[in-house]
Design a protein around this ligand. Sequence first.
Ligand code: NAD
Length: 425
Amino acid sequence: MSFSNLSYVQPTSESPWGTYLGQIDRVVPYLGRLARWTDTLRRPKRSLIVDVPIEMDDGRIAHYEGFRVQHSLTRGPGKGGVRYHPDVTLEEVMALAAWMSIKNAAVNLPFGGAKGGIRVDPKALSLKELEKLTRRYTSEIGIIIGPQQDIPAPDVNTNAQIMAWMMDTYSMNVGATATGVVTGKPLHLGGSLGRVKATGRGVFVTGREAARRLGLDLQGARVAVQGFGNVGSSAAELFHQAGSKIVAAQDHTGTIFNAHGFDLAELMPHVRSTGGVAGFKGADKIANDDFWNVETDILIPAALEGQIDVARARKLKTKLVLEGANGPTHTAADDILAERGILVVPDVICNAGGVTVSYFEWVQDFSSFFWTEDEINVRLDKIMVGALKNIWDAADRHKITLRTATFAVACERILAAREERGLYP
Ligand code: NAD
């Protein structure tokens, strides 16, 4: 495998782009005659790096690095979130954009894959500074986004308010209200019911189906969740409602444990009011590293990439890993989990619920006709169950992991479309 496929990034086997390249290498044997197009997937179609200068509240001028990467536009407009985090790099955004191409194709949504980000600690900004940052970034990437070009959405540290500012800025620049330019918007601005919790719901639906196939009863199942933000907390709530016990949770504030399961009706308001799980009275505080030693039936990484490395994969005591986060498992660790018989539902299908309801939002915005939350949830459930079944059949047919099977299904769709469109000129 060549990790230096592009001059402008230096990936390693454990970095996000290197992990993605390794995943592509593994799928090539299953692509048949389409394999000759594989290099298309090894390079993003378009990567935009922008300077985002803003005047801070104290009068200083601060500059931030912003990115928008469109990995593939073969099957439709780009689609993928925007992340605000101090560790954001071009290489990370490239990998996240590529995983969006795979995810959108795996669920058969009519989108390519894209992702954006700003290298910033948003928690250190005032609300006004955050708004200026968002508006300037939107203007800078405005040359490549649009309802038919590329449609951003929330990701780590971005939310409905940030999407509202993005939508307003883009609309001001084009001179018309363009609700379809972003998804994950507030309900008043063309947002969709069910969007906020959709990713967590998708994690639950794929987890429920995987547990059924494993013969694992959700009633009483022990669940640990890393990342108690949008995805982690929504998934935790649904498992809790299904009778599972959430025994451990970790976020940037610390790690908590209760062998009997947390009372979520108390934990959720605690997280909302304090900003994290630390200090929750209904649980014991444990060392962050001990999170990976907790005995569970289901583990949900729902924070950042690269959390399950080889050492952690060797010691995990669980039966099922549901990848709520994007790219949480190193490739070598993935192999160890497979050897140890721990089933992994990979990110590229497990967390596809968010983009699926984003697709519903985009469709509703175009038709200016909005669905009920029940309609959204029923349609989401049906799409996720169907997509997972298709992937599971491919895994059984080729005797490969669910991850490689998801890549096989998705890459075949992308490359078949690539071949049918042909190369321009
Ligand atoms: P969020 O900002 O709402 O929550 C992130 C959580 O991760 C927080 O609880 C934070 O405390 C925790 N965290 C941050 N750094 C950590 C660390 N070093 N150790 C432990 N915990 C840490 O973000 P989110 O939207 O829930 O996204 C979480 C993951 O899910 C990301 O990988 C994201 O790409 C992925 N994802 C999100 C969506 C979506 O719709 N929001 C869709 C698909 C995938």
